[in-house]
Design a protein. Structure first.
Length: 337
């Protein structure tokens, strides 16, 4: 009988040991937060999800990143602020809301800077893009990777065929002094409204117009309340994945390297998704009967001239760099080749 009891005890002990060993291998060392202000099926959100999966895989579940969507952690600017204190660990935000204080970052969101998407990627994938990611340090953040956010154009409740039509319109802008100044220079009245409240601002007639890319126009259903889309493509404001400097400093170097590598891989994945979603969004809004207006080249030139003062105001020390970018003499050096 004693033998049986002893065997039973040994068996239980062995089970406990196995369970403990199991726990030890799957117990995460770090559970970190990630903020995303778009809905869960939007390309940047899917990029964030891929980032978290890759980090989990490559750290053998030692680092877990929990992604929260649709602005659950607050607006982009609230998120960036909390990140400076280490309250949130990672996020994907628009460059517009973190660039105001840093001229080098402002350079990359200036109006009429890039000819097209390929031109923007030559800049962001090269030395300038790398230097700009480094410039995040000045803001208590760490720049990890660039995400695509397409080109921004105006959309409105009344057609905008010319700059003249913008006069006196109330235009929603991001929480960015540069965006406010741009709209003021065009003769309209800028109003800051959070990304997730733009639809409602159209419905309540707080705003007559907004400016954003095709996917936001479609995914956020702005096209249902603002039927005119004027293709100005005045800016390409990239999105960026960032980490809190405070979090970064406590992570072991081995994990930092993995996280950086996964952020960059997720960015290439997001870039591909973006291209498909951009086409899909365009087709959806056209099918639904929205009116697409193409600004004629003279109007575009006039637009370009009206916003010239922004270059001096925001990037006076970087005018040569801006010229280099605009002339497209930048050599592509790294990722995305
Ligand atoms: C971009 C960006 C969003 C941002 C939005 C805006 O589309 O991807 O994160 O919120 O611009 O205009 O607010």
């Amino acid at each position: 009988m004693k033998k049986w009891i002893l065997a039973g005890l040994c068996f239980c002990l062995a089970l406990c040991l196995c369970a403990c060993a199991e726990l030890e291998t799957t117990e995460p060392e770090y559970v970190l937060t990630y903020a995303e202000n778009q809905p869960q099926n939007y390309p940047t959100s899917l990029g964030g999800e891929r980032f978290a999966e890759l980090v989990k895989q490559r750290t053998n579940s030692k680092v877990i990143i929990q992604v929260k969507y649709a602005g659950e952690y607050g607006t982009d600017e609230e998120v960036a602020e909390q990140m400076r204190f280490g309250g949130i660990d990672f996020a994907r935000v628009s460059l517009a809301v973190v660039a105001d204080e840093v001229p080098m970052l402002n350079v990359l969101q200036m109006p009429f800077l890039y000819k097209d998407a390929a031109h923007m990627w030559r800049v962001l994938d090269g030395d300038i893009g790398k230097e700009a990611l480094g410039a995040f340090q000045e803001t208590g953040l760490v720049g990890l990777s660039w995400y695509d956010s397409g080109a921004r154009s105006f959309y409105s409740t009344k057609p905008i065929n010319s700059i003249q039509d913008l006069q006196g319109m109330t235009v929603r802008v991001q929480n960015s002094q540069l965006a406010m100044d741009m709209v003021t220079l065009l003769g309209a009245e800028p109003v800051y409204v959070d990304h997730n409240d733009v639809y409602y601002a159209f419905v309540t007639r707080k705003i007559d117009a907004a400016e954003n890319n095709w996917p936001v126009y479609q995914y956020m259903e702005h096209y249902l309340v603002a039927k005119y889309y004027t293709v100005a493509e005045h800016t390409r404001v990239p999105d960026v994945q960032i980490a809190s400097q405070r979090t970064w400093e406590i992570l072991p170097e081995e994990y930092r390297d993995i996280i950086l590598e996964c952020a960059q891989e997720s960015a290439l994945y997001q870039r591909n998704l973006w291209v498909r979603n951009d086409i899909f969004a365009r087709a959806t809004v056209i099918d639904s009967g929205c009116e697409i207006i193409h600004l004629d080249p003279e109007e575009k030139l006039c637009f370009q001239e009206m916003v010239q003062p922004l270059y001096k105001k925001y990037c006076s020390d970087y005018l040569d760099l801006i010229k280099t970018i605009q002339n497209d003499t930048v050599v592509k050096t790294s990722a995305g080749e």
